[in-house]
Design a protein around this ligand. Sequence first.
Ligand code: IMP
Ligand code: MG
Length: 183
Amino acid sequence: MIGHEEIQDRVRTLAKLIHNDYEGIRPVMICTLKGACPFYQHLLDALQDLKHGYSVEFLRASSYAGISTTGNVQVVGAELAKDDIENRHVILVEDIVDTGATVANLIPKLQELNPKSVQICTLLEKRLQEGKRPAAKAKYSGFSIPNKFIIGYGLDYNELYRDLKDIWVITQKGIDFDAKTLF
Ligand code: IMP
Ligand code: MG
């Protein structure tokens, strides 16, 4: 669906937008594990190239089982400390906003820590069926994509395919594949 170079071009553009909007500010960049990991790394690389400073934090959210969201978002591990967030400008870095449930659940949890601001930066945004609106909107969004299940560049299907360099639409063969043959 999207090749690595096209992703990198877009990541550099997002970094420039953040650089302009956060002049004189060192935002707290929060990586939502695990899916956002490659995007996060390359986004921080691009901010470094612009000599734009930041703090790093991580949290882990999970709502998916297979190819469908459970709607039940859990934050597991990597608790954020109030000291790290209070009075800071926060940018939550996501791999993909689908229904928006994950982001809509995480924002109130972040607000409890009294940040100065919270914005979402997502690599991908899924176009939902007509009439359906996402539960949350990202300020920075890399690509708007059709409502298909995708893998690669951090995105997984049951923990497989995160290691692909590009972003792909999953096939039936990819769904049926038994990863245990590679263990
Ligand atoms: P939401 O809560 O429905 O917005 O879903 C967001 C989360 O679901 C993302 O952070 C991903 O981890 C996961 N997700 C949504 N769509 C896909 C997909 O097409 N492939 C892989 N993971 C996905
Ligand atoms: Mg995710």
